[in-house]
Design a protein around this ligand. Structure first.
Ligand code: GLU
Length: 310
């Protein structure tokens, strides 16, 4: 990271917002920003921003700058310069090599065609049948590093964790997705590897993000375990949905946030079922002062999605 933060004592809360620069900030992403910000600041914690541009193919030129400017205009203040995943390949490779050396990751040469008849998991994803999985203890040839995809072995045992909003979760990775990809054949590192390595390197203790990522969390927890690092706590907040029930996103043509922050900040606050403010606010700062004090994570609805108010 370009501006490393000092080592934090164990009790300090450090949260983050990690937008992908696929378009301007919209109401759906504002929810994750607001919830993670209030959750951190309410307990006097730190809050960081990071640009998740690991998948260069999806990046929209200028979106990262626009997101940071909008966050600033909406009154968010972060505690260190926002790093970009696109500058971190050497670090991801180092971690991938550690996992290869530990025999946890192996190269996969399967084509898309070969995988198209693999069974579907509970969330509709293809479950990798383990075609390229070597016998445990087999020596992995490093020369295939540049041309192969790399997959992480998953355990047969279920992953259980308590999400601070959604409650008890249980998922068996071998039924959900099978051995999953950490580095793609086209050379890009997968989101799963990047998000865990970045959260570890940024010292993130508490993750608050959209519930569309809930079913991916067991993959992240398994990576924490493989890397011998204690995991953060997770809070998955409901995502805003279109009238057709799809997640508000660039693909569903979510509009960019309006110039005037206050009505939208209040709409996001209400969406998360927070207390009605007793007064109106004249500036975003006045809103934040009140909101940070009155933030109540226990009031967040325990559902995966809710209709967007806008
Ligand atoms: N970059 C992801 C997104 O924009 C969020 C990842 C995360 O919060 O872990 O949806």
């Amino acid at each position: 990271m370009s501006t490393p933060l000092p080592q934090r004592p164990d009790h300090v809360y450090r949260g983050r917002f990690a937008p992908s620069p696929t378009g301007p900030l919209h109401f759906g992403s504002l929810l994750a920003a607001l919830a993670s910000y209030c959750d951190a600041r309410h307990v006097g914690g730190q809050w960081l921003v990071r640009i998740e541009d690991v998948d260069g193919a999806r990046e929209v030129s200028g979106a990262a700058e626009s997101i940071l400017q909008t966050l600033y205009r909406y009154g968010f203040r972060w505690d260190a310069e926002a790093p970009r995943q696109s500058t971190r390949s050497a670090r991801y490779r180092q971690i991938l090599d550690t996992l290869i050396n530990a025999g946890l990751v192996y190269p996969c040469a399967c084509s898309r065609q070969r995988l198209q008849h693999a069974p579907l998991g509970a969330s509709g994803e293809r479950v990798y049948p383990g075609y390229c999985r070597p016998a445990s203890g087999a020596i992995i040839p490093f020369e295939s590093h540049e041309t192969a995809a790399w997959r992480l072995r998953v355990p047969e045992t279920p992953c259980r964790f308590t999400d601070l909003v959604q409650g008890e979760q249980c998922q068996n990775l071998s039924d959900e997705c099978g051995d999953f990809i950490l580095k793609r054949r086209d050379g890009f590192y997968a989101y799963h590897l990047a998000v865990v390595v970045d959260d570890i390197d940024q010292g993130i203790t508490d993750i608050v993000r959209g519930a569309d990522l809930l079913t991916l969390t067991p993959r992240h927890l398994w990576l924490y375990e493989c890397l011998g690092h204690p995991p953060p706590s997770y809070s998955h907040i409901p995502v805003a949905a279109t009238p057709e029930g799809q997640k508000l996103s660039k693909q569903t043509r979510a509009p960019a946030l309006p110039e005037n922050p206050l009505p939208t900040l209040l709409a996001a606050w209400r969406f998360l079922a927070q207390a009605q403010p007793p007064q109106s606010f004249s500036t975003p700062d006045a809103f934040w002062n009140w909101a940070i004090t009155h933030w109540n994570p226990n009031a967040i609805p325990r559902v995966i999605s809710l209709p967007a108010p806008l």
